[in-house]
Design a protein around this ligand. Structure first.
Ligand SMILES: Cc1cc2nc3c(=O)[nH]c(=O)nc-3n(C[C@H](O)[C@H](O)[C@H](O)COP(=O)(O)OP(=O)(O)OC[C@H]3O[C@@H](n4cnc5c(N)ncnc54)[C@H](O)[C@@H]3O)c2cc1C
Length: 403
């Protein structure tokens, strides 16, 4: 089944840019590529270029820990992420690409009464929205995750958890290539190694991008640049409520399959899932200090490894193979910012922080609809930039999973 899917992935055609396009998307990460894909497939708009400074998926899309879930805490977010989760579930069938989508369930462990209050609230809100999340006591946690030390190494006792049954993982690079290949085969131009250095303006309107190799004109410009959004927004003379913070992850050597669930801890701010190859893929909290550094440090690694192995002691016998970091665009309310900016011709999809991989299909689908119709889809209307001006923040920090 999987090999049939791989065989049917269309090769990508690489292009030199034309002088102008209907739509230019800055950033060849998941959000830029999925927007291009849905513009082509849902709206027949193919005169589109995705301009990437490096290679596609070289940003956070190729660096994340691949968790797809919709167990958020506010209705607007639950609705949005659950739609994205459903799009992911159908993505192999839709694109013909093997993305290794696997439903695993997400066990979010709490160690304090405050943590349990958060998980209880999450369960109630999820169930009210029709999302399958249940509350677990310690014995249920042990049944689903037999490897867990319920005493948390004598320091972080497990009081209970929420269990989000439909949570899944998918291979991040394959997701990016599925969208890239699907867009490219319909005529979208993917342009790698071409930094956007400025925006072209005609009066107050943005009418294209300046690149290191010359200008490209566009009917609409979308910024989908992940952690670099502040620089690109500054080109449009906009200041966003976004700060860039590094987020680290690491993988161990292969291990026999056996950790069936995605396991996360609210208060320890760390999480783990097992990859197809058997590696333990471990994530942690983002650095408090805003920075554009993607360097990992031994001290940080030691602290994350200590916390996760307090919960799952079998990890102590494993070796760390690789560690890396990405640059997360963290918004003031820990929710995404999608849509119009107040500058004609210039749209953004940002604020994806530590949580935007799961949003790639729904975010791209909604941005494509906005570009094609000029109307903001209801699903993303609560996540507009103007919410900060109107004091309508979508505060959802407890759902970030890394704080
Ligand atoms: C370690 C880590 C773990 C994570 N784990 C998860 C997870 O388990 N689940 C989840 O949902 N999310 C997770 N995330 C978050 C998720 O990876 C991101 O939110 C998501 O990938 C953002 O996609 P994007 O397309 O917006 O940005 P990116 O993938 O970063 O793409 C932006 C692209 O824009 C390009 N670019 C920047 N500036 C320019 C320019 N001037 N000109 C041209 N191109 C430019 C960059 O090179 C980059 O390729 C994690 C992130 C990290 C770092």
């Amino acid at each position: 089944m999987v090999s049939e899917h791989i065989a049917s992935l269309q090769p990508i055609a690489w292009h030199e840019p034309r002088d102008s396009y209907d739509v230019v998307i800055i950033g060849g990460g998941g959000h830029g590529l999925s927007t291009a894909y849905y513009l082509a497939t849902r709206h027949g708009i193919t005169n589109v270029a995705v301009v990437e400074v490096d290679y596609i998926a070289s940003g956070n899309t190729g660096r994340n820990t691949t968790i797809i879930r919709s167990n958020y805490a506010i209705p607007e977010a639950i609705r949005f992420y659950d739609h994205s989760r459903q799009l992911y579930a159908g993505l192999e069938a839709e694109t013909g690409a093997a993305i290794f989508h696997r439903v695993k369930g997400h066990v979010w462990i709490a160690h304090t009464e405050m943590g349990m209050r958060t998980e209880r609230g999450r369960v109630l809100m999820n169930q009210a929205m029709g999302v399958d999340t249940e509350l677990l006591g310690p014995a249920d946690v042990k049944r689903l995750v037999p490897q867990v030390d319920l005493t948390g190494a004598g320091r972080y006792a497990v009081l209970g958890a929420s269990h989000h049954v439909p949570a899944a993982t998918a291979r991040h690079d394959r997701v990016a290539w599925a969208f890239a290949s699907g867009a490219s085969s319909r005529g979208v131009h993917l342009i790698q190694h071409r930094p956007v250095t400025g925006l072209l303006r005609d009066g107050d309107r943005v009418v294209g991008v300046e690149t290191a190799a010359g200008p490209i004109r566009a009917g609409v410009v979308l910024s989908a640049v992940g952690g670099w959004v502040s620089q690109v927004a500054a080109m449009a003379r906009i200041r966003l409520p976004v700060r860039t913070h590094p987020l680290h992850a690491f993988v161990t050597n292969d291990f026999e399959q056996g950790l069936d669930k995605i396991v996360a801890s609210t208060e320890l701010a760390c999480y783990v899932s097992q990859t197809e190859r058997g590696q333990m893929l471990i994530g942690a909290e983002f650095d408090s200090q805003p920075s554009f550094s993607r360097l990992s440090s031994f001290d940080a690694l030691r602290s994350y490894a200590y916390k996760i192995s307090a919960l799952l002691p079998f990890l102590r016998s494993m070796r760390i193979l690789r560690t890396w970091a990405g640059l997360c665009d963290i918004s003031a309310d820990f929710s995404p910012i999608m849509g119009e900016t107040g500058v004609d011709g210039f749209l953004i999809t940002t604020g994806w922080g530590t949580w935007g991989f799961k949003a790639i299909p729904a975010g791209g689908e909604a941005m494509a609809e906005l570009i094609a119709t000029g109307r903001t889809p209801g699903l993303i209307a609560p996540f507009g930039l103007d919410r900060f001006r109107h004091d309508l923040a979508m505060a959802d920090q407890a759902s970030a999973g890394t704080r």
